[in-house]
Ligand binder design. Structure first.
Ligand code: NAD
Ligand code: MG
Ligand code: MG
Ligand code: MG
Ligand code: MG
Length: 328
């Protein structure tokens, strides 16, 4: 694994370059401000007189339309939501890309799945922080940064990697470390992680355990605390100290019970299903399904959102989060 630090990166490659940050949301605002404060020549491209337009103006940024920013810039850094990128790219960005320009992203999805097909004569790069925009900005101001991934899909100028790394350094990421990856690896592992563990796996694990207790006659409030609320404490321990560190911090009973039962919960059958889900991602089947779902107005997503809202765990959870002062 190649990891780049501040001393490995020369920001000189960006000295005479104009960087257009397209979009001024979570990542757009944070990365644009950090790069500007690091002395780079940054302009912001957003929809005229939209909310972002005013926010960027108030931050003292040079603001213009997406079309104009893309035309003027040497590096176009696309930080609008992934699902609107293909349309906005076709309409406002593509025509501004000139020979030897760089098209840059913070997620590989649209390039990897060919929802965006750039012209052959531009660099295609990625610099992707491992955290939300607010953290990107806060840590930068504190004199540190969060780790990020860097990747180069196309290098026509011979210094595409240097440019992406320099943008990362300007954002503060090199103070922590910038890890080398590819568009394929970043995109496929991101989808797999969110489907199998972070979003899909975790919520279904919580639901299944909660339902088991409630069906067995235990009080839903107690079930919620044991199967959902306390999860954060355990995750925080794993985040800070690793699996071993977590085991050291729970009781011996919890440690023994957990270690001897966990493979019955996440069984070989579950692992086989994970492999199938990964295959669907790798073959582009998931991406096609999601594109189709978007084309017809997201009927499945809308229905699933409604079902989720009505779950018993959601009603009980809301009440208890109020008791804990977590929710108003
Ligand atoms: P966001 O939702 O915060 O982006 C909002 C911005 O996009 C606003 O300026 C808005 O005006 C603009 N926008 C929205 N729809 C638009 C449209 N139809 N036309 C023109 N502009 C439009 O986006 P984000 O979460 O910052 O994500 C940007 C990129 O960064 C994505 O590729 C995402 O995968 C990646 N990323 C995000 C995070 C994160 O934590 N949010 C972390 C790593 C990478
Ligand atoms: Mg240009
Ligand atoms: Mg992710
Ligand atoms: Mg994702
Ligand atoms: Mg307990």
């Amino acid at each position: 694994m190649k990891i780049y630090h501040e001393k490995d990166i020369d920001m000189g490659v960006l000295e005479d370059k104009t960087i257009a940050v397209i979009g001024y949301g979570s990542q757009g605002r944070a990365q644009a401000l950090n790069m500007r404060d690091s002395g780079l020549n940054v302009i912001v491209g957003v929809r005229k007189d939209g909310k972002s337009w005013n926010i960027a103006k108030n931050d003292g940024m040079e603001v213009t339309t997406i079309e104009d920013a893309s035309k003027r810039a040497d590096i176009v850094h696309v930080l609008i939501p992934d699902e609107v990128q293909p349309k906005v790219y076709e309409k406002y960005i593509k025509s501004g890309l000139e020979d030897g320009n760089t098209l840059s992203f913070s997620h590989g999805y649209n390039i990897h799945f060919k929802n965006i097909i750039p012209p052959k004569n531009v660099n295609v790069t990625m610099i992707a922080p491992k955290g939300p925009g607010a953290m990107v900005r806060r840590t930068y101001k504190e004199g540190f940064g969060i780790p990020a991934l860097v990747a180069v899909e196309v290098d026509v100028t011979g210094d595409a990697l240097d440019q992406a790394l320099a943008m990362g350094k300007a954002c503060g990421f090199a103070r922590a470390g910038i890890l080398r990856t590819t568009f394929k690896e970043e995109t496929e592992t991101d989808l797999f992680g969110e489907q199998v563990v972070l979003c899909g796996g975790v919520t279904e694990l919580i639901k299944a355990a909660f339902d088991t207790l409630v069906e067995a006659g235990y009080q839903p409030e107690i079930a919620y605390f044991e199967t959902c609320h306390e999860l954060k404490l355990i995750i925080d321990l794993i985040y800070e100290k690793g699996l071993t560190g977590m085991w050291k911090n729970v009781s011996n009973t919890a440690e023994y019970g957990g270690l001897t039962r966990r493979e019955r919960v996440i069984s070989q059958e579950v692992r086989n299903e994970m492999k199938k889900i990964l295959k669907e991602i790798q073959k582009g089947e998931f991406a096609r399904e999601w594109a189709l779902e978007n084309q017809v107005g997201r009927p499945v997503l809308k229905r699933l959102r409604e079902i989720e809202k009505e779950l018993k765990i959601e009603k009980v959870g809301s009440k208890l989060r109020k008791l804990c002062g977590l929710e108003k």
